[in-house]
Design a protein around this ligand. Structure first.
Ligand code: GDP
Ligand code: MG
Length: 797
């Protein structure tokens, strides 16, 4: 009996909850668990929702939801009492009520032990053979497709379970093209099997997994029989079955249905999945269709999700994907919804958008994404025996080259080098233009205004502040221009794949690598690029370690200091600093991944076919990032820039020298106030002021110290190659302290733009603040160590 049919006041015991995974999960969380008693509080014929009481709580379910729950009613229990032999054996002394309760529980238990298993697979994958060998039937087995025209049912008992096997027609996909495909799909969605048994021909695995990818979308309880396993072994191929199961989110059991190998284990697994005894065995995964398609899917899913009555029977994500694919059957279903017009209009829009961006229809883009997913999963688990030369597509040929074990890394590094060169060398031109424009504007505006603090605020605070935001825009856009090309052409997926193993050693994923490397250029776009990492944990850890990658803004400081203090080997000093950053990034990744909550389920790294990216998509991605940068960061960066200007400008000491002004400004005061804390590192207050200014941007460290040391500079200038500032630094700072200063600059608070980026990408101020504190603590500790160590080599005095 179905729960929805139960009348007010009646009670029943739950046998099973049907439907797709997330619906079932929600109901189980509400308490609708097999064997539990449920009572109808109010079920009026036209009333929706219906009110129930379960494990002492009142809950209401929509009628459509209650239709998905199978129960045993009192009436059925009464009937069983008079017919069931087992129940007739109950002692006469038992009260009527007790007898009924026992009957109820008994029937529910018995029915729960009936499992319906639907066999789904490509033609000729061995479904009927499996069906025959498991059920003892003698259906006709043939080595050509189309032998099974409709569903055949077979029954057998196994370990106390009555298993009903349904042999469905073979299909390559679950699109609504052929009658067989429609038939299989209707069967899965309407007769609601408890477990779907996906039979896969192991000797033809890639093509077979396409159907599997569609089953994954439907979010049904699925177990895979990796049939014809004998043929795979015979060919000498190797497959990591366990890992494949992990990646697909379903248990995979090797079988040979011709002789019955693996069949008992297969049904053991089916029972385990049905009873949910091992939650690790199956999980629901989302196949990643790529950023653009996912946007469309999420938009349609949200619209479909608004229809409560449809949610219990279908996974809304599945319906969204099918709508986007213009699936006739699902379109008809959508047409009946109250917000059909809205969904259809959105679908139209998304289709046009995808077509313009990707240059193909949404439907074929979805197919491609599914194959990319399969390619990725197999690349990680499948090793083909190299006897036969398989047919090679263009993608295979390019892959043979770019993922070649000797060439992969050189190609990758060359590409990265080129992108960096383009970003920072070519990017220097627009940067200079913007710089010139900003100072021209400053001069112009300054000329119009009367002297005074308002003018200084506008010129040095606001205009210079806006300039410091704009100046990064070309870098960010150029970098993203190349990243989009790498991404859309399909190369990025390979790059991530190449470094994946390496990155796993530090608890990260291949996709973390690109952002880390980008960090050497500028931490801001690097942090923005972490968005492509699916795993939350990897994303957070990657964001956390990017600030240790020494950005271009820090380079001038190192060059200045290395030149002044290590004239014999400035390059070694520089390299040492960069290496220290990398080592600390790695160590931090190892440590932090222990603390971040683990969601680190394996996921498939998609391997899409290579494709020439469309200009439109590239432009859109590039502009998107530029806009994001301007919109989300500009205000914060500007505010902080003005704040730093303010701290250096006030209180005013009119007529005093710039150095005097700085010493007696707020920032100078703070610098002096923190002096005791920095003394163990060998820093003087002038260095502290430089570091404080560096909070705004690392570029400011030197210009600020230039001001504080301005007078000293002249005094110490000698006739060596050193600049006046270098001479002054050398005269006043011990070498060990200079070393500590370089270490501190490398590690401490990245800069306001990066801080803002961290806040934006993690969505939490808490994270940004915590991370910055972490960097400061690490910086202090390492600078201290560097100072102490340095003193051994370069004692003071
Ligand atoms: P269906 O179309 O999926 O129902 O596939 P059939 O059960 O009709 O099997 C197709 C062909 O594959 C038949 O010739 C079977 O004998 C053969 N076959 C089925 N399972 C296996 C297996 O595990 N290993 C091998 N080598 N052949 C199998
Ligand atoms: Mg068959």
């Amino acid at each position: 009996m179905i729960l929805a049919e139960l009348a007010t006041g009646e009670k029943a015991v739950i046998v099973r909850v049907n439907g797709h995974g997330s619906f079932r999960k929600r109901l189980i969380e509400m308490g609708f668990i097999q064997g539990k008693e449920v009572r109808v509080v109010l079920n009026a014929p036209l009333k929706d929702p219906i009110e129930y009481e379960i494990i002492g709580y009142k809950v209401s379910l929509r009628r459509e939801e209650a239709k998905m729950i199978e129960v045993v009613s009192m009436e059925e229990a009464r009937e069983a009492l008079s017919t069931d032999e087992h129940l007739q054996g109950l002692p006469e002394t038992l009260e009527e009520k007790e007898r009924l309760d026992r009957a109820l529980a008994h029937v529910a238990e018995e029915r729960h032990h009936n499992i319906r298993v639907a066999l789904v697979g490509n033609p000729n994958c061995g479904k009927t053979s499996l069906f025959n060998i498991a059920s003892g039937a003698h259906e006709h087995v043939g080595n050509y497709s189309g032998v099974t025209v409709d569903a055949k049912e077979g029954h057998f008992t196994y370990k106390g379970y009555d298993i009903t096997l349904v042999d469905l027609p073979g299909t390559y996909s679950l699109s609504a093209y052929s009658p067989e495909e429609l038939y299989v799909r209707k069967n899965l969605l309407e007769t609601l099997p408890d477990v779907v048994l996906n039979v896969v021909d192991a000797s033809n695995i890639e093509r077979n997994l396409y159907l599997t990818s569609q089953l994954i979308d439907m979010n049904l309880r699925t177990v895979m029989a990796l049939n014809m396993y004998d043929e795979l072994q015979h060919k000498g191929d190797k497959l990591d079955i366990k890992q494949l199961g992990y990646l697909l989110g379903m248990p995979v059991c090797p079988t040979v249905s011709r002789d019955g190998q693996g069949i008992p284990e297969l049904f053991d697994t089916i029972i385990k999945v049905y009873e949910h005894t091992d939650p690790k065995l199956a999980r629901h995964i989302h196949i990643n269709h790529g950023a653009e398609l996912e946007k469309s899917i999420v938009r349609l899913r949200d619209l479909i999700f608004a229809n409560e009555n449809i949610r219990s029977r279908y996974s809304t994500r599945y319906l969204a994907i099918k709508t986007l694919e213009a699936d006739k059957d699902v379109e008809a279903l959508i047409a009946q919804l109250p917000n059909a017009a809205e969904i259809q209009a959105a679908c139209q829009e998304e289709n046009t958008r995808i077509e313009a961006l990707l240059g193909t229809s949404a439907e074929s883009a979805i197919v491609d994404a599914k194959y990319a997913f399969i390619q990725g999963a197999l690349a990680e688990t499948y090793e083909r025996y190299q006897a036969e030369k398989p047919r090679r597509t263009l993608t295979d040929k390019i892959d043979a080259f770019v993922t070649n074990q000797w060439l992969a890394f050189p190609i990758f590094i060359l590409l990265l080098w080129f992108i960096f060169w383009a970003t920072f060398t070519v990017g220097q031109y627009p940067m200079d233009w913007i710089d010139a424009l900003v100072s021209w504007l400053g001069d112009k505006v300054g000329g119009w205004m009367a002297d005074g603090w308002v003018k200084d605020l506008v010129v040095d605070g606001i205009i210079a502040g806006v300039g410091s935001v704009l100046v990064f825009l070309p870098n960010i856009m150029i970098l993203y221009f190349f990243i989009s090309i790498m991404e859309d052409s399909g190369y990025m997926a390979r790059a991530a794949f190449i470094v994946d193993k390496l990155m796993h050693r530090i608890g990260l994923h291949g996709k973390s690598f690109i952002p880390m490397v980008m960090g050497f250029g500028c931490n801001v776009p690097a942090i923005m690029a972490t968005r492509s990492i699916e795993s939350r944990k990897s994303r957070l850890v990657t964001i956390a370690i990017i600030p240790f990658m020494s950005c271009a803004g820090r380079l001038p400081i190192f060059v200045l200091f290395a030149g002044a203090f290590f004239p014999g080997s400035p390059a070694t000093a520089l390299l040492g600093i960069y290496l220290l950053g990398v080592v600390l990034a790695i160590l931090s990744a190892l440590v932090l991944s222990k603390f971040v909550k683990d969601d680190d389920l394996p996921f498939v790294m998609e391997l899409p076919p290579y494709r020439v990216p469309t200009g439109k998509a590239i432009w859109r991605h590039t502009w998107e990032k530029g806009r994001q940068y301007l919109e989300k960061m500009a205000t914060t960066i500007l505010l902080f820039s003005i704040a730093i200007w303010f701290l250096g400008y006030f209180p005013r000491h009119e007529g005093a020298s710039a150095a005097y002004q700085q010493e007696h400004s707020y920032i100078g005061m703070v610098g002096k106030a923190v002096e005791p804390a920095m003394e163990p590192l060998g820093f003087n207050w002038k260095m502290d002021v430089g570091l404080l200014a560096g909070v705004g941007a690392k570029e400011l460290v030197i210009s600020t110290m230039g001001v504080t040391y301005a007078q000293d500079g002249a005094a110490y200038a000698d006739d060596s190659d050193d600049t006046a500032l270098q001479a002054a630094l050398k005269a006043t700072i011990p070498t060990a302290a200079a070393l500590a200063f370089m270490v501190f600059v490398l590690l401490y608070f990245p800069c306001i733009a990066t801080f803002t980026a961290i806040k934006n990408e993690t969505g939490k101020w808490r994270w940004a603040i915590l991370l910055c504190l972490y960097t400061i603590v690490v910086a202090w500790l390492f600078a201290f160590a560097a100072y102490r160590l340095g003193l051994l080599f370069w004692p003071v005095g």
